[in-house]
Design a protein around this ligand. Structure first.
Ligand code: ATP
Ligand code: MG
Length: 630
């Protein structure tokens, strides 16, 4: 392909509003063009890379035994109502709209395809003999993302590979899940991504049944906790730290430090206007780790039965008008820790026995009503005496190890010191309060130790989620009554797994992980062009002849090669090649030809090498083949 005949609209300008390197470089290298917020079109160069990513994904999915199909983007709203996901997805689910009764009002654009694939399974997979099956597609998804961000990393229209597996039993699901996990490792490895698989939150289903594939880069929106020795990696949504239980006293209602000899008495201190942890610490001369933070939430339960897993995060509170009366939840964490609301929601669900309970920070009125004080002065001591039926107390594990701590006094402008878990508030359910739970409900912090017990410190890193594998269980087959006949001839619900990869995110993440100040450095496997032959002076007939010959030879050897014989300065052409990230460059010029050689270099290190022209094509083609991997 001649550079001048292809479509490569490079630009020197750094686009306004673009901060992520991948966003800037995809625009500058002429890979994409923005159409609207969160909507991009792929220009020819960008599309070549996207197609290569797609080919790798397809090859590895086929190799893993998955079967490709192509589902429709338009589908009936009714399916989504059946699985409860019209509520769970909220505005993320795009509807066509139109007047009531019109077909448009009953139609949605697919953000993911569990409903449609379950409909296929219930129609065609009648017997255990047909299982397991893994069906996948590579298709455009539509999501009403509230905040599209960072170029193609988060858009409202994007290309996803989504796969769904159907199994007769749990063992078969485990096997299918592992196959997909392994295929994902091959896919991301082949795409040149430095990825890590991390334990992910599995939403309402629970259990260790979900992994996200993450690329560590500052442009990501996720945070992962990784131990220095690599024995632990998890999304901070679910990450946990090492905790040494100090016997069973704590959970029985008495902490070891609460023995009368060790425990200080409660003492009230006037702390006018000091509602925040730092301010209180200053007045009391204590450290945040010596304070108990008391946070108050309301817990509501949505009436419709459990929501199915949403592609979007679950809503924090159910729709108005559909909830039972709210109870109050008091959460205690150390002053230097933050509550993890996903964990806290799980604790709340456990305490009230409702799988669909949602939590929300309480408003000022609720807090004042419960504590008898202004916001900022809540404390755990004596709080359960103020509880109504249904209220709950959740204590983070680390709080149980504290003694003589400081906290709010449940009195405006006052704090207390000498607060002792077990003595001043219960650590287990008792007659006064049946809903008390000690659990891990905090966010991990940098420097926490690995929960594996190795003593290795945890580091927090930002990352891009490029893929997600997930054991669904019978969530969707239950909701849509999808059954097959077992060996014994009895109907049973399909056990499912689902597996997603964002193709556009692979492209952007590859750039985030592989670029320098001059532009993109494509991994060979997904480079739009693998090599470029630059003719330094197109008016020099001899050099042009050699360059054109080399180009033809490389093309004939199956290399995706560009021929840059534009009538431009050498520096200009080199800059363009660097920006669009061609992995190998061959330069043909009068001077080197006089010495009987052509020059070549890797985009990565720019180190110049020379070769006689007659050997160049063969050598470069071999380098390309080797770097492609497979
Ligand atoms: P996120 O948490 O980033 O919103 P998700 O958990 O909603 O993603 P899944 O439903 O698991 O995403 O979708 C599978 C894959 O699709 C993700 O791992 C990601 O690579 C990709 N993806 C999801 N949403 C988007 C989006 N808005 N734009 C581009 N790619 C996306
Ligand atoms: Mg996900």
């Amino acid at each position: 392909m001649h550079w001048s005949q292809f479509f490569i609209p490079t630009s020197k300008e750094t686009p306004k509003d673009a901060t992520a390197a991948s966003h800037v470089l995809m625009l500058r290298a002429g890979l994409i063009r923005q159409v609207a917020a969160g909507v991009y079109c792929y220009l020819p160069l960008g599309y070549r890379t996207l197609r290569k990513v797609e080919a790798i994904v397809r090859e590895e999915m086929n190799r893993a035994g998955a079967i490709e199909l192509h589902m429709s983007v338009l589908m009936p709203l009714e399916w989504w109502q059946q699985t409860g996901r019209t509520d769970a997805m909220g505005d993320t689910l795009l509807r066509l709209g139109g007047p009531v009764g019109d077909w448009r009002s009953q139609t949605v654009l697919g953000p993911t395809h569990e409903e449609q694939v379950v409909d296929i399974a219930r129609a065609f997979l009648g017997s255990y003999k047909q299982l397991p099956v893994n069906l996948y597609q590579i298709q455009t998804k539509f999501r009403g993302e509230a905040r599209p961000k960072s170029g193609v990393l988060r858009t409202r229209e994007f290309l996803m590979k989504d796969a769904y597996s159907f199994h007769a039993d749990k063992a078969s699901l485990d096997e299918g899940y592992q196959k997909m996990y392994d295929a994902y490792c091959r896919i991301f490895g082949r795409c040149g991504l430095p990825y890590v698989a991390v334990e992910a939150d599995s939403g309402p289903i629970g259990g260790d049944s979900s992994h996200e594939f993450m690329v560590l880069t500052d442009a990501g929106e996720d945070t992962v906790a990784i131990s220095e020795n690599g024995d632990y990696a998890a999304n901070t949504e679910r990450a946990t730290a090492f905790f040494e239980a100090r016997g069973h006293e704590a959970t029985k209602g008495r902490s070891p430090e609460s023995s009368p000899a060790a425990a200080e008495p409660l003492r009230e201190v006037h702390t006018p206007g000091a509602g925040r942890v730092e301010d209180v610490c200053k007045v009391l001369g204590t450290a945040p780790a010596q304070m108990i933070k008391t946070l108050i939430y309301t817990v509501t339960r949505a009436e419709p039965q459990a929501q199915a897993r949403g592609a979007a995060s679950e809503p924090q509170a159910p729709a108005r008008g559909s909830s039972a009366p709210a109870s109050r939840l008091v959460a205690l964490v150390r002053g230097d820790h933050d509550v993890n609301e996903i964990k806290l929601r799980k604790a709340a669900r456990q305490l009230c026995g409702a799988a669909n309970a949602a939590i929300e920070m309480a408003d000022a009125r609720t807090i004042e009503e419960l504590t008898g004080a202004k916001v900022g002065f809540a404390g755990p001591q004596g709080i359960i005496e103020r509880f109504r039926e249904g209220d709950m107390l959740v204590i983070d594990r680390d709080v149980t190890a504290m003694s003589s701590a400081a906290s709010g006094a449940n009195k405006t402008d006052y704090h207390v010191t000498g607060v002792n878990p077990g003595r001043d508030f219960p650590l287990a359910p008792d007659d006064r309060c049946p809903r008390v739970l000690v659990a891990d409900v905090r966010m991990v912090v940098d420097g926490d130790l690995s929960p594996r017990g190795s003593g290795s410190p945890i580091r927090l890193k930002t990352a891009i989620e490029v893929g997600h594998v997930f054991k669904l269980g019978t969530k969707y087959s239950d909701a849509m009554n999808a059954t097959f006949l077992t060996r014994e001839g009895k109907p049973a619900r399909f056990i499912m797994g689902c597996y997603g990869i964002g193709l556009n995110r692979i492209v952007a993440a590859a750039i985030e992980a592989n670029h320098d100040d001059n532009g993109i450095i494509w991994p060979m496997s997904i480079a739009p062009f693998e090599a470029v032959v630059v003719a330094l002076d197109p008016r020099d007939d001899h050099a042009m002849g050699v360059a054109a010959g080399l180009y033809s030879e490389l093309a004939a050897a199956g290399v995706d090669v560009l021929f840059d014989a534009r009538d431009e300065r050498a520096g200009f052409k080199f800059k363009d090649a660097d920006l669009v990230g061609v992995p190998l460059r061959v330069v043909v010029g009068k001077k080197s030809l006089a010495e009987g050689v052509v020059e070549w270099s890797h985009r990565k290190d720019q180190v110049k090498h020379t070769l006689p022209p007659a050997q160049a094509a063969q050598h470069i083609a071999a380098l390309v083949r080797e770097a492609r991997g497979s």
